[in-house]
Design a protein around this ligand. Structure first.
Ligand code: FDA
Length: 469
């Protein structure tokens, strides 16, 4: 763990190990920082540093970064099928550690290896096992957190309200989460990957349209994501839909399931690749067949570019006319993506209030819109950000309403920000209900109870609940 003083050049490495005595050294240091609460310094906690709006490492005035990069151990216990994972570990480190111990265990976490467990899990976290096992946050048994009094608490001593809040409500509003005890899940020895891509000319619209009706109703062993992008240039430019799937089983069963519910995909045996579950993690991230598992340990991101993202939830399939309007807008940009992740399965069985993450039954799929650009600069970024905001405006009639829901891990400050200094609950509701729906009020109640002076705060932290509400 290291503490850095933002806006100053000095970076102080304090703790490099991860045993309990190092926690207590850290706690006493933190207590000193907390003693300075009134000096107005803000704390930013960073695990993997992938926050879409940089909330873990950016702030306008002097601030402190608590960087958990050295708190990254993963201990697997196959006897009770659990693991203890420190927040600074990456998803890749977690996947890798599980695979070294077992070929039949996995964990339902995200798709990108360098993402940090701390930020990802505390805001939900999903990947290809979502339809079978739910979110990463749905599979947590315990957590260790440094609270606003500088004390380390576990599930029992923090209480069920706070334990509920940090499984989807975002950790940064509530303390510094050091580690998690998670429940491993069973995966088969053989899984099957498929990637089938079609352009508009090859009938992509009809396929995407059909996918919307069936993707959330398929067998829970089957996860089919759609990625829309633009390919080619000039008169050759077209929209391209890629159907990327992991099936928890072998080719034969997969083909029979697809032929039953999605024959239009035209799946053939030669489109299918059988592999181990851990290889499917590499496959889905875009690594080449034959890349060693050790690539999972690389903490650097594979793709580096500037980007802006936004998200939506779809509750009714979008009409063909609606889809064609999206394609029209895509063809006016270059590096644009729309990632559609199907829900259903286990997600339908968990109630909206079980964790702060409310997007359960009724959400057919999640959309992440992304626009990327390579040249930094205000003019370039303004143009691309404007494009994505216009696309978001266009999507309004086709996506969830009252509230227009969004996914916290695809952080979007366009939805609203807390005013500097004092956070008003009623103002924060504007963005809060989009991320949390009816759970926002309970999050504010928990926040008021455990951090009444709003010490842990940022542009989208949970506000205090006024006594009158
Ligand atoms: P970071 O360290 O920036 O933290 C994010 C937020 O959590 C910040 O507010 C931070 O202060 C807080 N925080 C972090 N650690 C904390 C701790 N220990 N205690 C308290 N607060 C803490 N999502 C998904 O669900 N599925 C996916 O497949 C992907 N894929 C993906 C790919 C790529 C390339 C990116 C950049 C992002 C994703 N995401 C994703 C989104 C990702 O889950 C999201 O950005 C996470 O918040 C990142 O967590 P980090 O710990 O890396 O970020």
């Amino acid at each position: 763990m290291s503490i850095q003083f933002g806006a100053y050049t000095k970076s102080i490495k304090i703790i490099h190990t991860s045993n309990s005595s190092s926690y207590s050294i850290f706690c006493s240091l933190l207590n000193k920082i907390l003693d300075g609460k009134n000096h107005g310094l803000q704390i930013r906690v960073r695990s993997g540093g992938h926050d879409y709006e940089g909330l873990s490492y950016l702030y306008k005035t002097p601030f402190i970064i608590v960087d958990l990069i050295n708190l990254r151990s993963v201990e697997i216990n196959l006897e009770d099928e659990t693991a203890s994972v420190q927040s600074g570990a990456t998803l890749g480190e977690l996947y890798y550690s599980i695979s070294k111990e077992s070929g039949i265990h996995g964990f339902p976490t995200g798709l990108y290896p360098s993402v940090g467990v701390g930020g990802h899990l505390s805001s939900g976290g999903f990947g290809t096992l979502l339809r079978k096992y739910g979110l990463e946050a749905d599979n947590v048994l315990d957590a260790y957190l440094i609270d606003v009094n500088g004390k380390i608490v576990d599930r029992e001593s923090m209480g069920e309200d706070l334990f509920w809040a940090i499984r989807g409500g975002g950790g940064a509003s509530f303390g510094i989460i050091l580690s998690w005890k998670i429940k491993l899940v069973r995966v088969p020895q053989v899984v099957t990957g498929i990637t089938i891509s079609k352009t508009l000319e090859q009938g992509a619209t009809k396929l995407v349209s059909k996918w919307q009706y069936i993707a959330d109703k398929l067998h829970e062993d089957l996860f089919i994501r759609v990625v829309i992008r633009v390919v080619g240039n000039g008169t050759q430019k077209t929209v391209h839909a890629s159907f990327n799937s992991i099936f928890l089983g072998g080719v034969e069963r997969l083909i029979s399931l697809i032929n039953e519910s999605f024959p239009e995909l035209g799946l053939q045996v030669q489109d299918c690749i059988e592999m181990s579950w851990i290889q499917s993690v590499l496959y889905f991230t875009g690594y080449q067949n034959g890349d060693p598992l050790e690539v999972l340990l690389d903490r650097n991101t594979l793709y580096k570019s500037f980007f802006k993202a936004k998200s939506d939830y779809v509750e009714k399939p979008i009409s063909d006319i609606g889809l064609e309007g999206i394609w029209e807008r895509f063809l006016k940009e270059e590096m644009v993506f729309m990632i559609m992740d199907p829900y259903g399965g286990r997600m339908n069985e968990i109630s909206e209030s079980e964790t702060p993450f409310p997007h359960r039954k009724g959400s057919l799929y999640n959309i992440q819109y992304l626009v990327k650009w390579e040249v930094n600069g205000i003019v370039a970024s303004k143009k691309h950000v404007h494009w994505i905001r216009m696309l978001y405006k266009y999507m309004k009639p086709y996506v969830s309403k009252y509230p227009r829901a969004a996914y916290l891990n695809y952080r979007d400050l366009d939805l609203g920000i807390n005013k500097k200094g004092n956070t008003s609950y009623s103002e924060a509701r504007v963005w809060g209900v989009k991320y949390f729906k009816g759970n926002f009020k309970r999050l504010a109640q928990v926040k008021s109870k455990i951090d009444p002076n709003n010490f842990f705060r940022n542009e989208q932290s949970i506000p205090l609940l006024p006594a009158t509400i």
